[in-house]
Design a protein around this ligand. Structure first.
Ligand code: GDP
Ligand code: ZN
Length: 458
């Protein structure tokens, strides 16, 4: 298929210290190199950035100082050769760069044409591919809608804009290093770098904050029902399964098939896993002591602690309260249809602000309240998948954590006035890490691995 080379300003007009003019198409590199004074861009490695000057072909004068990124097909946004020219952000200079590019035979892109090309060339990025996998595994409608959002490119869009911020900072510093005679410029880039790293850091920390919810949506909330014998644990379990759609998944391939039961409670998938005897634990403290049982209970995301309204508080109940301190739990006082023997004031004290629900499972009372409490514990009310970008993928979370760490290194370096070209190493590393999420710097083997998973699940 014959295509021409298109170009456009790809940053919002009038915003930011640096603007980008992007070219895509077979002549992207050759057009740029004709105008670029610095080196021959047709000979540079793909995915590299170069500082130089852009020459006006009419006047032969230097039009702009620029940073040029050369990215060759197919690992580019459009899968075509792409060049991004970073220049100063003012209207006049950006338009001048665009005009010069147009005069050399590139065509002005129609609105959305880069994206259209990316689509037509079959480009789908890693996070989008992974979203497809998540869709296949999605346990509830809400998990499904999170995956759909990701497929929609929300995460990719956010990561791209964070990378862009970092790239601009690096570009700015590079330019300043070439002009060390201006001391105040050095000062300025220090401040700019601090500002930008702080902003990007805050964004990623925010993303990680909702990651836990995403993980739960995807994998289910590991839930343990605990309490003394006969308080109603099995009844609670049956109620939850009957009231809600139970999802049973079998994972073959292990010596014995592991059965996980999923119960969908208001869009929150509860995963009732029968490992290490967490699921229905009555004499756990008795058997292994508070410390060990704490370890076991820590493996669950949520503990449903059932007490008997018709019974006095025992030492064992108190020990269970001790074992779950600091963990996520809901106290359920069951059998309210019977005579009260439990000291509610004492229970309130022990419950320490955690949700406390009264039920009569036999009379089917309090179940709605319990389900609301379960949903609220983790999602502070309704999950608004419209407003949040959930990160539900373990690989993404890991990379984001590394990105935070490397930004913190950069921030520390700035704090102690380390030279900017040193600090920049950490910033560039962050840029790389974020790139791995969307597949820009991922190695081939990683891509192979992910796609083979995808095909398997298809
Ligand atoms: P577990 O040993 O903690 O699993 O308790 P079970 O769920 O097996 O229940 C023990 C007994 O209590 C059973 O006979 C249940 O029918 C009964 N039970 C459960 N919930 C209630 C309730 O809300 N009220 C009354 N009166 N009995 C209940
Ligand atoms: Zn039981």
């Amino acid at each position: 298929m014959e295509t021409d080379t298109i170009t456009a300003i790809s940053t919002p007009i009038g915003e930011g210290a640096i603007a980008i003019v992007r070219l895509s198409g077979p002549d992207a590199v050759s057009i740029t190199t004709q105008l670029f004074q610095g080196k021959n861009l047709t000979e540079v490695d793909s995915h590299t950035i170069h500082y130089g000057k852009l020459i006006d072909p009419d006047t032969k004068e230097v039009a702009e100082e620029v940073m040029v990124s050369v990215m060759r097909a197919p690992k580019t946004f459009t899968r075509e050769d792409v060049v991004e020219i970073n220049c100063h952000g003012g209207m006049v200079s950006v338009n001048r760069v665009l005009e010069i590019i147009l005069s050399k035979g590139a065509r002005l892109a129609e609105p959305g044409e880069f994206t259209k090309r990316a689509f037509l060339n079959g480009r789908i990025d890693l996070s989008q591919a992974e979203a497809v996998m998540d869709l296949i595994r999605a346990k509830t409608d809400k998990a499904m809608s999170v995956a759909l959002k990701q497929l929609d490119g929300r995460l990719s869009g956010l990561i791209r804009s964070l990378r862009q911020d970092l790239l601009e900072t690096v570009a700015h510093v590079e330019v300043n290093i070439d002009y060390p005679e201006y001391d105040d410029v050095e000062e300025m880039s220090h401040e700019m770098m601090r500002q930008k790293t702080k902003e990007v850091h805050a964004e990623i920390v925010k993303l990680l904050g909702v990651a836990k919810q995403g993980k739960i949506l995807r994998e289910g909330l590991a839930t343990a029902i605990i309490g003394r014998p006969n308080v109603g644990k099995s009844s609670l379990m049956n109620t939850l399964v009957q009231e809600n759609k139970a999802i049973v998944t079998e994972i073959p391939g292990t010596t014995r098939d592991i059965i996980e039961e999923y119960v969908n409670v208001r869009g929150v998938p509860l995963r009732l896993v029968d490992t290490a005897g967490i699921r229905e634990t009555e004499d756990i403290v008795e058997k292994i002591g508070v410390e060990r049982s704490r370890q076991v209970l820590k493996e669950s995301d949520l503990i449903l602690f059932v007490l008997n309204y018709n019974d006095e508080l025992t030492d064992e109940d108190v020990k269970l309260f001790e074992a779950i301190q600091g963990l996520e739990y809901i106290v359920i006082i069951n059998k309210t249809d019977l005579e009260q023997k439990l000291d509610l004031e004492k229970i309130k004290e022990l419950t320490d602000g955690n949700p406390l629900i009264t039920t009569s499972l036999i009379e089917e009372k309090g179940i709605d309240e319990l389900e609301s409490a379960i949903a609220e514990t983790f999602f502070a009310g309704d999950i608004d998948t419209g407003d949040l970008t959930y990160i539900s993928n373990v690989r993404h979370i890991e990379l984001l954590k590394q990105a935070v760490a490397s930004l913190e290194d950069a921030m520390e370096g700035l704090e102690i006035q380390m030279p900017l070209d040193i600090v920049q190493i950490d910033v560039t590393r962050t840029w790389d890490l974020l790139g791995e999420i969307i597949g820009d710097t991922a190695s081939d083997s990683l891509i192979d691995q992910l796609f083979s998973q995808f095909c398997l699940g298809k």
